[in-house]
Design a protein around this ligand. Structure first.
Ligand code: SF4
Ligand code: SF4
Length: 200
């Protein structure tokens, strides 16, 4: 593009793009976040059939920019949910522990690896290790006491920042009742993609 054309483009189109993005942000403001786990649990039971329909809807419709919509919602909703007040994933998830992670945490705790294994993990078939207690041993006052060395599953959850939401909707719906971030992202997403909710 010639420099004169570039200047023309910037002068006339840049303000339009800025205005569009401003209105997009206004439109995308999130209200009515629900964080009460008891209420989420009730709603989850009520919305089981609707969520099955939503899962089928997402699988049969290629929604343009679905991952970006989910990632933006995740960002906006995570800012409004206080994980330290909630801690529900640390209380209810089965955490997988790799060999390297076990070594790292044992070192931080100043334990021999054997002692760590006996105290904290259970070994399943195929050598898979999982934490042997729920809530997690390392949760104290709703905070993780090994935060810098927490396990990969802990770092990733609720995994809404990852691509491929359409393929993972089943997994997210499994955690819909457990995690207020997932619950609110999915409820807001239904609105954003013009999914027809069941009459309430
Ligand atoms: S290791 Fe920390 S982040 Fe992971 S489940 Fe336990 S308390 Fe939660
Ligand atoms: S990630 Fe979800 S379940 Fe875990 S503490 Fe945050 S809101 Fe609660």
């Amino acid at each position: 593009m010639h420099i004169v054309d570039k200047l023309f483009y910037l002068r006339f189109f840049a303000p339009i793009l800025l205005i569009q993005s401003y209105f997009y942000k206004i439109q995308r403001q999130i209200h009515d976040i629900i964080t009460d786990l008891a209420l989420i649990s009730t709603k989850s039971r009520e919305l089981t059939a609707e969520n099955d329909r939503f899962s089928a809807f997402l699988k049969s419709n290629a929604i343009l920019g679905l991952d970006q919509k989910v990632q933006l919602l995740n960002h906006q909703i995570s800012e409004k949910v206080d994980c330290q007040q909630c801690g529900n994933c640390c209380k209810t998830l089965m955490i997988v522990v790799s060999d390297e992670e076990a070594n790292a945490v044992a070192k931080v705790l100043d334990q021999k690896r054997q002692q760590f294994d006996e105290q904290y993990v259970e070994k399943g078939s195929h050598g898979l290790m999982i934490m042997n207690a729920m809530p997690c041993h390392f949760l104290k006052d709703n905070s993780c006491t090994i935060y810098l060395n927490r396990f990969e599953g802990c770092r990733e959850f609720p995994a809404l920042h990852l691509p491929g939401f359409q393929k993972r909707i089943f997994t997210h719906l499994m955690h819909y009742e457990r995690c207020p971030i997932i619950f609110n992202v999915i409820e807001q997403l239904k609105i954003d993609v013009h999914f027809e909710k069941d009459p309430s």
